[in-house]
Design a binder for this molecule. Structure first.
Ligand code: NAD
Ligand code: MG
Length: 396
């Protein structure tokens, strides 16, 4: 078997670490081509010593010399690159057949787009890159003949339940997609108490262990809103044909409903190594290290409708998804700014949807006109969001 080279963008994060865990189980199938991190140089060094990549990228170059020294002490010739542009180098080096896009937020767009343009297999965890750029990423995939495989557990589940087809084109016979949501840590919390929620509580997800930003998104249900737009784009679904259903156990990862009344679901323990192994090995099935479900002890599974009045972020994302154009770009940018402000205790939890709503009202959405248009809308939305956050003058 010829081994495949994998670049992991965001290797020090939750998805990045799970990806390296799966890769390490299959030295006969995969080797690591490049690893990237923003500033966790010591963890990046540890990963490089184990996985021996050609290149490592430390975006924040402050500790580049420490990293370089550590690599040489271990007898490694790994090249160290710094700066944002280096991410694109890592995403397109010749040794990479496959790129795991696991940077959080808009910072992942450029390297993910570069990987798609260069015809690699792209494993997409970085949903913000897709949501903000709309059809641009899918167009790049189509033009270059790249493969785009979803890592988000729901979209990976949908991919597994869909008939084969191209990214962005709805397969015939599919009536609806059911996107499951855990509901996050505040599913049963009274909305009157939302103001007092601390970052510490918000990042403690009951089912999944994830990075801080996506954990807050899960607590506001913005994560599900972004995923709804992601599903529309990835599977060519029209806005009304993606339905969100709350399923607190996070065992059913999503469902696809067909015109004949069949509904197919993908089930598994909530561990991201399953979708990662699925996409790395596809079309083969490979070991992930995740325990199988025991149907004899699983008990009953619960489903309920989401409360859009309580979790306004979901409704805002649904509106932006329906509006199309740059509305999802604006929504995503405003959310990134609001979540960062919440994590830095400059904004209340209840303020997050209010900021996003105000930004969506103040920044007019336009048709999507190439990457420049996307980046311009992103920049304006961030600027307005920062003003709105500052104007609220909250502290927690
Ligand atoms: P994380 O915060 O744990 O890790 C983020 C990674 O991105 C780190 O390696 C960090 O160094 C890097 N990074 C952050 N900012 C950067 C910047 N400005 N430039 C370059 N690199 C930067 O996040 P995560 O939970 O692993 O999530 C990564 C992506 O995967 C997100 O888009 C998230 O929505 C998506 N995702 C995560 C999960 C999960 O279970 N964690 C599930 C589904 C989707
Ligand atoms: Mg998900």
């Amino acid at each position: 078997m010829t081994r495949k080279g994998v670049t992991v963008l965001g290797s020090t994060g939750s998805i990045g670490r799970s990806t390296l865990d799966v890769i390490a189980r299959h030295p006969d199938r995969f080797y690591v081509a490049a690893l990237t991190a923003r500033h966790q140089w010591q963890l990046l060094l540890e990963q490089a010593v184990i996985h021996r990549p050609q290149v490592v990228v430390l975006v924040d170059g402050q500790h580049a010399q420490d990293l370089e020294r550590g690599l040489r002490q271990q007898g490694l010739a790994t090249e160290v690159l710094t700066g944002d542009g280096a991410l694109t180098t890592a995403a397109t080096i010749a040794a990479a057949d496959c790129v795991m896009a696991a940077i959080v937020g808009a910072a992942g767009l450029a390297p993910t787009l570069a990987a798609a343009r260069s015809g690699r297999r792209v494993l997409l965890a970085n949903k913000e890159a897709l949501v903000m750029s709309g059809p641009l990423l899918l167009d790049a995939v189509r033009h270059s003949g790249a493969e785009l495989l979803p890592i988000d557990s729901e979209h990976n589940a949908i991919f597994q339940c869909m008939p084969p087809g191209r990214s962005g084109v709805a397969p015939r016979g599919v009536r609806r997609v059911w996107l499951t949501a855990s509901g996050g840590p505040f599913l049963r919390r009274d909305v009157a108490e939302f103001d007092a929620i601390t970052p510490q509580e918000a990042v403690a997800h009951p089912r999944w262990s994830m990075g801080r930003k996506i954990s807050v998104d899960s607590a506001t249900l913005m994560n599900k809103g972004l995923e709804l737009i992601e599903a529309q784009l990835l599977f060519g679904m029209t806005p009304g044909t993606v339905e969100v259903v709350v399923h607190p156990q996070s065992i059913v990862h999503s469902l696809v409903e067909y015109t004949d009344g069949s509904t197919l679901a993908q089930l598994g323990n909530p561990d991201m190594r399953t979708p990662i192994a699925h996409a790395l090995g596809w079309p083969d099935r490979i070991e992930s290290g995740v325990q199988s479900l025991d149907m004899l002890t699983l008990g009953s599974l619960h489903f309920e409708a989401p409360d859009r009045a309580k979790f306004r972020c979901l409704a805002l994302a649904e509106e932006a998804g329906r509006a199309g154009g740059t509305a999802p770009t604006i929504l995503n940018a405003a959310n990134e700014v609001a979540v960062e402000a919440f994590l830095e205790r400059r904004l209340n939890f209840a303020g997050i949807p209010m900021v996003i709503d105000e930004v969506l009202q103040r920044v007019p959405s336009t048709d999507l006109s190439g990457l420049e248009g996307v980046l311009a809308a992103d920049a304006v939305a961030r600027q307005v969001a920062r003003q709105v956050v500052a104007g609220r003058g909250e502290t927690i």
